[in-house]
Design a protein around this ligand. Structure first.
Ligand code: NAD
Ligand code: MG
Length: 298
């Protein structure tokens, strides 16, 4: 079985999308019900101790990119607090087991990130039960397409901003108080921050906000020895895309317009988070690492 170090052709490393990619689930969806099931690194991510002894919070840790990040962090030696929604327990249980199999502590705390108290509870739990917080990976996100601004309700707009922007703000605010020098925050933006789709008005706007928030906070906390960076994925095969993130009919061509010609898999995002969390990126802060199949970015 190959892992992230095996040299191979990235255009054929994973399958292109096809008609079988057209599927729909109710939000937030379960990764285990997807066909094909995304690769979140279970059989492909090999750790080498790059985060030994670190204490991490990962949001959206049950599925997709957050799940790949949680698995990678654990295999690199970190203990992890896992945030996800109560409806996602089935996916989350598998991640809990995988973190434990990596020999690390996993603490599952389902809840709603739109609630400030829940965000604070995540940080409190890391501090009390893991003994601190060195890494905050804000991966959770909400994406629901709406073609016409006339149909974009205030509630919808609010929910997208609460999930994508406010939760990041609340978690960063709570975590920074406890972070020691050497700690890292990694937020999750998107290619949508620069190439917004007309049907993702609210979502794309939050992703631009995440980039700018991170560049500002990075400067604010640099003196404390805390680094803040961003990963900006392109089209990645995850539940988000099959629960109303895109119209079902476009999924058969998902990722086809990228230079690499295929969708990314969550396992291909995890190394970017590991790099930005580890001391290897010690002189990098306020940066956005684009992991998007080769699409040019500003
Ligand atoms: P995903 O559905 O696997 O993960 C999103 C997670 O967000 C869910 O599992 C859920 O646990 C969490 N979440 C959403 N609302 C929540 C709430 N109110 N409370 C608690 N948790 C909540 O999909 P993904 O694609 O892996 O998404 C991860 C991140 O990647 C998101 O920020 C998304 O915007 C970003 N992203 C994804 C793509 C892509 O193509 N998949 C592209 C660019 C950016
Ligand atoms: Mg999920």
């Amino acid at each position: 079985m190959s892992n992230q170090y095996t040299m191979q052709d990235p255009t054929t490393q994973y399958t292109k999308a096809g008609p079988e990619f057209q599927q729909q689930q109710q939000e937030p969806g379960l990764q285990k019900k997807m066909n094909p099931v995304p690769d979140t690194g279970e059989d492909t991510y090999q750790g080498t101790g790059r985060l030994t002894g670190r204490k991490a919070i990962v949001t959206g840790a049950d599925s997709g990119i957050g799940r790949a990040v949680a698995i990678a962090f654990a295999r690199e030696g970190a203990d992890v607090v896992l945030s996800y929604m109560p409806e996602e327990e089935e996916d989350a249980k598998q991640v809990l087991k995988l973190v434990q199999e990596a020999g690390r502590t996993a603490i599952a705390i389902p809840g709603d990130l739109k609630d400030e108290e829940y965000c604070e509870q995540l940080v409190d739990t890391a501090v009390k039960q893991l003994g601190g917080i060195d890494i905050l990976a804000n991966v959770a996100g909400k994406q629901q397409f709406v073609p016409d601004i006339a149909d974009l309700t205030t509630k919808h707009f609010d929910d997208t901003f609460k999930t994508n922007v406010y939760a990041m703000f609340w978690l960063c605010k709570a975590a920074v108080k406890h972070m020691q020098p050497g700690s890292a925050i990694i937020n999750t933006s998107s290619i949508q921050a620069y190439n917004p789709s007309p049907i993702l008005l609210d979502y794309a706007t939050t992703k631009a906000a995440i980039n700018t928030f991170s560049k500002s906070l990075a400067q604010q906390v640099a003196g404390k020895g805390i680094r803040v960076n961003v990963v900006a994925p392109g089209p990645v095969w995850t539940p988000l895309q099959v629960v109303g993130g895109q119209p079902e009919e476009v999924l058969k061509e998902f990722g086809a317009s990228t230079p690499l010609g295929r969708p990314g898999q969550p396992a291909e995002m995890a190394p970017a988070y590991v790099f930005l969390a580890s001391q290897e990126s010690s002189y990098i802060s306020g940066e956005t690492l684009n992991a998007n199949g080769g699409t040019p970015t500003p």
